[in-house]
Design a protein around this ligand. Structure first.
Ligand SMILES: [Zn+2]
Ligand SMILES: [Zn+2]
Length: 269
């Protein structure tokens, strides 16, 4: 057997071992409820799970606890007891799961890798803080962090204006508005010069205006990561264009989430 063959065999068997263990783990809460482990001559569910599948006590506890958490959330409950999702993924979303979002979350657990789920949970928490009103993914724009600094020159000029009795806040707001207007105009110009295309290549002038608007960061307000990919907020095949009004630079995880949300929209409306 070559190295490559041996490795591939390990990967194949490893994947199956994980899947079967996941299915086994899903049965445990019910075994526990019926005290079936006693029929097998075991003192506890832990002994039972260890003897039959080599599971640790922590894994068993986690499964039993999660199953209890999901009792009133049928879609997530089913994922667990049928062994259709790993405990670590289910544990990630358990803290934000509600009756309202559990079906959506169950979909995402099946669809998304664990890192993207982490991002999703972080976003859900932020939404919760905003009175539980979920913001659409693209209504938010970049804001600077709390820890940026102004240069001495800028501080001096602002202080001088303030001493003159000028409304510094209004002056700054006006400047920011001018900038936004300029970018909006540029976007308009770029958009009007675009022709319908089948190419997925995003023209340089489109990228440039996006860069001006969003900087280097993921365009989700709460996300600190750099933008890695450009997402078409309007399905590319609908518009067949790279109109910057419908593009958003995103980090890899938010890009995965954007597509997951897109699916939700398609299914529910
Ligand atoms: Zn995309
Ligand atoms: Zn992001």
């Amino acid at each position: 057997m070559t190295d490559e063959q041996l490795l591939r065999l390990c990967e194949k068997f490893g994947k199956r071992a994980l899947l079967w263990r996941q299915k086994f783990t899903g049965l445990l809460p019910e075994v526990n409820r019926r005290r079936l482990y006693e029929k097998r001559g075991c003192q506890s569910i832990f002994e039972f799970a260890y003897k039959l599948a080599g599971l640790s006590k922590e894994q068993v506890q986690r499964a039993v606890q999660l199953e209890r958490t999901f009792l009133d959330k049928p879609a997530l409950h089913e994922l667990l007891v049928r062994g259709q999702a790993s405990l670590s993924k289910l544990a990630k979303i358990a803290s934000v799961a509600t009756l309202e979002n559990e079906e959506f979350l169950a979909e995402q657990v099946k669809r998304l890798p664990r890192k993207a789920l982490e991002t999703l949970v972080r976003d859900e928490r932020v939404f919760e803080k905003q009175n539980g009103v979920p913001k659409p993914l693209f209504a938010v724009k970049v804001v600077p962090g709390n820890n940026f600094e102004l240069s001495d020159e800028v501080v001096q000029k602002l202080r001088r204006l303030h001493e003159q009795g000028q409304d510094v806040d209004a002056i700054l707001l006006g400047l920011l508005e001018l900038r936004e207007e300029r970018i909006a105009r540029e976007k308009e110009e770029v958009a009007s010069g675009l022709k319908a295309t089948d190419s997925h290549y995003i023209p340089v002038r489109v990228r440039r205006v996006l860069r001006e608007e969003f900087g280097k960061k993921c365009s989700i307000m709460t996300c600190p990561k750099p933008a890695e990919e450009i997402h078409h907020t309007q399905r590319f095949f609908l518009g067949r264009s790279h109109d910057p009004h419908y593009l958003a630079p995103l980090c890899h995880e938010h890009h995965q989430l954007a597509h997951a949300v897109d699916v939700r929209v398609r299914e529910h409306w």
